[in-house]
Design a protein around this ligand. Sequence first.
Ligand code: BG6
Length: 458
Amino acid sequence: MGTRSDAVVLFGVTGDLVSKKLFPALYELVRRGRLSGPVIGVARSPWDDQQLVTAARKAITEAGRQIDEDVFDDLAGRLRMISGDYADPATYQRLTEALADAANPLFYLAIPPAVFDSAVAGLAGAGLAQRGRVVVEKPFGHDLKSARVLSTTLRGVFAEEQIFRIDHYLGKEAVEDIAVFRFGNRLFEPLWNREHIANVQVTLAESFGTQGRAGFYDRVGATRDVLQNHVLQVVALLAMEPPVAGDADSFRNAEAAVLAQMKPLSPETTVRGQYEGYRDEPGVPAGSTTETFVATTVTIENERWAGVPFLLRTGKSLPKTATEVVVEFRQPDQRLIPAENDAEPVANLLRFRLGRADGITMSIQAKNPGVEVTSRPVELSVDFDKALEPRREAYERLLDDAMDGRHLRFAREETIEHEWRVVEPILDLPGELPSYEEGTWGPSEAARLTPVWHTPIG
Ligand code: BG6
């Protein structure tokens, strides 16, 4: 922690991330009285202050917010635009003037990797790096090697406590709930191991395609876009050992430790695919070999998890949008209670619903009505939006945290490097990708990874 940031500087202010996530988040922070000082946008596009205000209004409206004009006027009054090249020292001179006497600005780098070095060097050259915090977006690098180069660039200018590496899944309340569920309850943690758990499945499914982001997406693909970061972070929370204490460092140590124990993914237990029609989308090069789907198995070589597969899958243009973890428990040792018609009962399933309709659903066996003592699965379920008060969006929480200098919900350098090490063997695999029809669960080959992929219910 430290003094709260008294200015926000958005590099890449004309980009997709700022309009979809950061303007709505800043609006909410103003509404809660959590923002002080100017909000300065930096970009190469020749915008003026008024264009920035117009873009902010459009973004907030499109995010589904009912605009309160007093709140918006407050935000609009803080907006300043600086247009310039990231490599031009004059850009940073103007930024220094706009920051005036701000003592602790937050620099948010929502910019492509190609201009990352210039921006960091520009901030350092203008003497701005010493007095502030820097937020960097994912994907952090393109592979392990480039991630290390980026880290070196960043660490050459900023101290570790000034750096905030975003993985917005860490800002989701439902994702944090995985740790609360495990370590804040007695109920399941004693069962949380290979003795009782048969497999764990994580699905991050999206029913839409690239949504106008093909230029970005085609250079990245499903593995780099979400598997390397969001999905592996979720696995880390599911699989980590109890932290030695409840503070941020202990949590982040436990996460890093389990990531270090994950085996690199194997091409043999990986199926990638591309949805039909992807190559016809504007911005996708003809003959693109970028994967829009990946399914794979990660194993963790430790006492708790040896032999338990963590099955992961993610993709665009799938049947629904849902992020869900399904923990499949082993069957009871003694099969005393058959299902109807002497069938094998369905295993107990514990689902963490992490998407919009977040909550927990547990599937257990109950007495099937009738003379016979047989069982039938029923569900115990909680919807967090009904059971708890409204929760804040991930980006709003993360901006708020970074402005306060709170690191708990940000990724560490070593965490990101482990994530790259794990996915490295399946990046850029050669060969033609199997295709899949839009609205299906990926290529049929994915069925070879597990007898049952549990379909998300959320
Ligand atoms: C982003 C990816 O990091 O996460 C997107 O770049 C993806 O492609 C998004 O759609 C998913 O996030 P959420 O919060 O909508 O599940």
